[in-house]
Design a protein around this ligand. Structure first.
Ligand code: ASP
Length: 304
């Protein structure tokens, strides 16, 4: 059996393509990489890769990670400015015994050494959004603080699993800011024996609960992926509330070695893509209704 899941509506096309790859006997790692590249290359998806959200200084800085569930090796890059496909770079670093997590200049040097393509990740639309936010900030108005990550988890016919993440992080973030996306245990974790998990939402909150490792750890202790997501996220939310904070904006997905999957969110609706038998569909969970269900037409029109 092969299954893959991806965060948000933006992952649907890529998850569909990778579901076909897996159905033809492809590898989990290739499925993850291909699905994420599909999102990174599409400028209409404004929180990942080309056309992503600029930081305060108007640079589109990306973070990405890849983890192999068989070897527990990982690769991650952060604050990378002009590597066309950050997930490809993260995957190329995965497997190195040292220097597998690189930031900024060093990551770009590695991309050059691997012969990976570079591109100016700023689109006109991204720069227009940035200029408008600068004008609002000058007027002391709230600037849009959008963000989202494409996370993909895959299980192939041979029982191998892989996880990948990619984002441009928070809109108008401080130069050098890094979220949970490239941080193992927070943004992603993957172990063939117990399952894989990944998170999207405000990285500064997600990393406080090491949400992805926590979910995989719960699966190791016997939880199914839906329970693992709910308990990992629920425990962090309960702690935040006890500290007098709000629930925050966080969502997670998890996939078990038997192909079952789960998700949880603090949002009213969190759509995610599920790929099986060569095709992909959208599913959703919500904070008030945590059961996995199809996405309605109205939600589809609004979804990221
Ligand atoms: N987790 C990402 C970050 O904090 C953003 C997101 O997934 O919404 O950079």
């Amino acid at each position: 059996m092969s299954v893959l899941i991806g965060t948000w509506k933006m992952s649907l096309t890529g998850v569909g393509g990778s579901a076909r790859l897996l159905a033809d006997g492809g590898e989990a790692g290739d499925a993850v990489e291909q699905a994420i590249v599909c999102v990174e290359d599409e400028p209409a998806f404004t929180s990942v890769g080309y056309g992503g959200l600029p930081d305060r200084e108007g640079h589109v800085m990306t973070d990405a990670a890849f983890m192999n569930g068989t070897t527990l090796r990982l690769g991650a890059v952060m604050s990378v400015e002009s590597v066309r496909s950050p997930i490809r770079l993260a995957r190329r670093l995965c497997g190195r015994p040292t220097n597998c997590v690189l930031a900024g200049h060093g990551a770009e040097q590695a991309a050059r050494a691997f012969g990976l393509p570079f591109r100016d990740m700023r689109t006109e639309a991204a720069m227009r959004r940035w200029r408008e936010a600068c004008e609002q900030a000058a007027l002391d108005q709230e600037v849009y603080t959008g963000h989202d990550t494409v996370c993909v988890l895959a299980l192939d016919e041979r029982g191998h699993m892989a996880a990948g993440t990619s984002t441009s992080g928070l809109f108008m973030k401080a130069p050098g800011r890094v979220g949970d996306t490239p941080l193992v245990g927070s943004g992603f974790y993957c172990d063939d024996r117990y399952g894989a998990a990944a998170a999207t939402g405000l990285g500064e909150d997600i990393m406080r609960g090491c949400l992805s490792y926590e979910a995989v750890s719960l699966m190791r202790r016997g939880a199914d992926p839906l329970t693992a997501c709910r308990e990992a996220l629920g425990a962090l939310v309960a702690r935040k509330v006890a500290l007098g904070e709000g629930c925050g904006s966080m969502s997670m997905i998890a996939l078990a070695p038997d192909g079952s999957f789960g998700a949880a969110t603090t949002l009213p609706v969190f759509p995610f893509a599920v790929g099986r038998d060569g095709a992909a569909v959208l599913r959703a969970v919500g904070c008030a209704d945590p059961a996995i269900r199809p996405v309605t037409e109205a939600e589809l029109a609004e979804a990221d």
